[in-house]
Write a protein that binds this ligand. Structure first.
Ligand SMILES: *[C@@H]1O[C@H](CO)[C@@H](O)[C@H](O)[C@H]1NC(C)=O
Ligand SMILES: *[C@@H]1O[C@H](CO)[C@@H](O)[C@H](O)[C@H]1NC(C)=O
Length: 737
């Protein structure tokens, strides 16, 4: 019966063979005492020999302890390789040959004998049957050594188990001999309320272990644990709070296994509770997202810039990677601002090391003339490009913003949940990024914007009046760009670069019509291009229910690309300053300058931990369950959003992309990071979507077509791949004529 179970379960088949106990329990029980003793004698003799060689070599090599430990941990040194024991009783009291540590004296850590795990096998065998050990699974491991760390992490592990997204394990790897049940009791945890799988991974005589033996014991136990459960992520207490040998062994093992080892910063256990709502996929990618901060400082914004940078400096970065900071400076910088930047320490962490690396970049603008909206857009977009498209994201900040200290924790949480979860929602690819702000106006800068509330959620479970206050603001998706405080994902930024290349080519080729600006002129010009792309791709931005920024209005100003000069002729009329290149203004602007509407002050709440003030007890709803707001401010459903997107694509191709009517309406193949499907430009390949095609039709339909009247002249040819027969006919006819 068991054998069949094992055969059926391929997960078990993948278990590493070398984990199997060297001797099966029955074999060792049948072994004659003298045989057993001979083995043990041999092992001890070998260990003593090893130890002798090791100690003997010490004077020649007084290198760092790390190095020595690393050497001893190498696989060649099998003599003291930790072994799992299943059948024997663990010996009590001090190990044989233990010297010192009389009654009343502190236990001496000097035992260096072989390591055996007597208590680990039972719990490990228990888990492998229930949850398997595929390399990709739902196991998350909390690893602790000191009893204090156990107390620190226990509530977190229990909480994670309660959310039931992961199989939560907790392994005890330290020196303390306190039995597991007592540890639980001391911490007030009962197995009934806390569905964590506990593993006692302490070796024999752990109390008497030397540092070296303790470290090897941790590494050895972790090997067995990994063989059995392949934890997707390992969570430990702050390395400053944990035992040194444990930290060293865990770090080495995590590197070797290629697993994320998350250190919860000391004293921040409650603040990091949001972590318990993440699944193993998100946790295993803990270190992947890299956030860069980009601040664009217009002329005369030094006061705001300094306030913003100060809020960045005093934000909470414990346990997270401090973002790189790039500041785009205007031509003229005030002296006090210059001094402030010179003295700015970034990253803002008291790192005593003299080789501390600054990650602050300043960019200074040379021309003092006014930029066209095209130049302004290009300048901003060019100031960042992701190294790794999937993982590098940019947080664009305006000097009007002042950040909440929890901004990075929130971004980290949301990005890990929506981008890295094991089961991402299909609409996560349509997420442009994460805004920290709640808008006060519609895109056109007018009207009072009312953020959606719980009653407008798109999932029935949230409409339960008894459970959730229906009038509370919720997070929502909004198909509108914002430059106030928005994180934009790397792959979306790359696509925007590509889009702008095509878009500018279309403008300069005279193919694009000048369209009316939809985004208020109080916003930077690049947002108009981003809005076009968002509409064509169906992207939206996630806004929080509670704001993570305060927007200060007193310094708000119209971006220079839209500033106007008072005309001397007419009374009170203002005209837009004429840029040197009219073709670089792709949009029609309003005849009057825009009004600056003051931003509704939404004071960020930051006295509570994140999981307490986020709605729905800190659980992030699925993206499809959130209210979805179209760029006009209407709440719509997914069906309607898809229709609007298709209509817009057709309109865009015709109005801006340079496509004629039949071309504009046909479905095209969409490639990631690329926007060629929105344009019919010379040199741009046109690939129609070949959904219902059979192989033969495709082969027949591969034909060449010139790109219409303009493309014909410069001899540029485009490849057209088509399937449907009537299109084939028309394409051939056009190519012939
Ligand atoms: C601005 O947009 C809102 C929402 O789409 C609309 O109700 C309002 O009429 C617009 N205002 C102007 C001046 O166009
Ligand atoms: C989506 O909204 C439209 C109106 O905007 C409505 O006609 C349609 O029935 C809705 N679809 C679903 C699935 O609710």
């Amino acid at each position: 019966m068991h054998a069949r179970l094992f055969n059926k379960d391929e997960e078990l088949g993948k278990r590493d063979d070398d984990f199997k106990p060297k001797r099966s329990p029955t074999a060792s029980a049948l072994m004659k005492p003298w045989q057993w003793r001979k083995r043990r004698l041999f092992t001890i003799a070998a260990a003593v020999l090893m130890l002798y060689v090791f100690v003997h070599n010490l004077p020649n090599d007084l290198g760092p302890v790390d190095e020595r430990a690393g050497r001893a941990l190498r696989p060649g040194h099998t003599v003291i390789a930790p072994d799992i024991q299943t059948s024997q009783q663990e010996p009590r009291g001090p190990p044989p040959g233990y010297s010192g540590g009389q009654d009343g004296e502190a236990v001496r850590h000097n035992y260096d004998g072989p390591i055996k795990f007597y208590k680990l096998a039972t719990s490990l065998h228990g888990i492998s049957r229930t949850m398997g050990s595929r390399p990709q699974n739902r196991n998350v491991l909390f690893a602790v050594s000191s009893l204090r760390s156990a107390a620190n992490l226990m509530p977190m592990a229990c909480e994670m188990a309660k959310w039931d997204r992961n199989y939560v394990h907790m392994a005890f790897l330290g020196r303390d001999p306190l039995p597991l049940d007592d540890i639980l009791e001391v911490n007030g945890v009962s197995k009934k309320d806390c569905a964590v799988y506990l593993h006692d991974a302490r070796g024999d005589y752990s109390e008497y272990s030397s540092e070296q033996r303790a470290e090897i014991s941790v590494a050895g136990a972790m090997k067995h644990i990994n063989d059995f459960m392949h934890p997707q992520a390992m969570i430990m207490d702050d390395s400053m709070a944990e035992d040194t040998f444990f930290t060293r062994a865990m770090r080495g093992k995590a590197r070797e296994l290629g697993r994320a080892l998350i250190e919860v910063p000391s004293g921040r256990y409650e603040e990091f509770f949001w972590m318990t709502r993440l699944d193993s996929g998100s946790l295993s990618n803990w270190f992947e997202p890299v956030i860069d901060v980009l601040i664009h400082a217009p002329t005369d914004s030094s006061g705001g810039l300094m306030r913003l940078v100060r809020s960045l400096q005093s934000a909470d970065y414990a346990g997270l990677k401090v973002p790189r900071l790039t500041i785009e400076l205007p031509t003229h910088i005030e002296r006090f601002a210059q001094r402030f930047l010179q003295e700015l320490e970034w990253p803002p962490i008291s790192d005593p090391s003299p080789v501390k690396q600054s990650t602050l970049t300043l960019r200074h603008r040379i021309p003092s003339s006014r930029l066209s909206s095209e130049q302004a857009s290009v300048r901003l977009l060019e100031s960042f490009y992701p190294v790794v498209t999937e993982h590098n994201h940019v947080l664009v900040l305006s000097p009007q913003a002042e950040l909440s200290p929890q901004y990075l924790q929130y971004l980290h949480y949301v990005v890990l949940e929506y981008k890295y979860s094991t089961y991402p929602s299909p609409s996560s690819e349509e997420l442009l990024g994460v805004s920290l702000d709640i808008p006060s106006t519609f895109l056109n800068g007018s009207g009072s914007f009312v953020p959606p509330v719980t009653a407008e959620m798109q999932a029935r479970q949230y409409l339960d009046k008894a459970e959730y206050d229906q009038a509370v603001a919720t997070p929502f998706l909004y198909q509108a760009p914002s430059a106030t405080a928005s994180l934009i994902f790397g792959n979306k930024w790359v696509t925007l670069h590509n889009f702008l290349s095509n878009r500018l080519a279309a403008s300069h080729a005279g193919k694009a019509e000048k369209t009316t600006k939809l985004v208020s002129e109080t916003e930077p010009a690049w947002l108009e291009y981003l809005l076009e792309l968002m509409k064509a791709r169906g992207w939206s931005m996630l806004h929080p229910g509670t704001s993570f920024v305060t927007i200060h209005d007193e310094l708000s100003q119209i971006p220079e690309e839209f500033t106007r000069e008072k005309s001397t002729g007419k009374k009170d009329a203002a005209i837009l300053e004429q840029p040197e290149h009219a073709e670089e203004e792709a949009f029609l602007t309003a005849s009057d300058p825009p009004d600056i509407v003051s931003h509704v002050e939404r004071q960020p709440r930051d006295t509570q931990p994140l999981h307490e003030f986020l709605p729905f007890r800190g659980d992030l709803p699925e993206l499809t369950q959130l209210p979805y707001m179209y760029n006009t401010g209407d709440l719509i459903n997914a069906t309607r959003a898809a229709e609007l997107k298709d209509d817009y694509i057709t309109l865009f191709r015709h109005q801006i992309g340079g496509c004629d009517h039949p071309q504009a309406a046909r479905k095209r193949v969409v490639h990631e990071l690329d926007t060629n499907d929105l344009f019919c430009l010379p040199g741009v390949e046109i690939q129609f979507d070949l959904e219902a095609a059979d192989e033969e039709a495709i082969a027949l339909a591969v034909i060449q077509e010139t790109s219409g009247p303009a493309g014909h002249d410069d001899g540029e040819e485009e490849e057209v791949t088509a399937v449907e027969e009537e299109v084939q006919g028309s394409a051939v006819a056009r190519a012939g004529g």
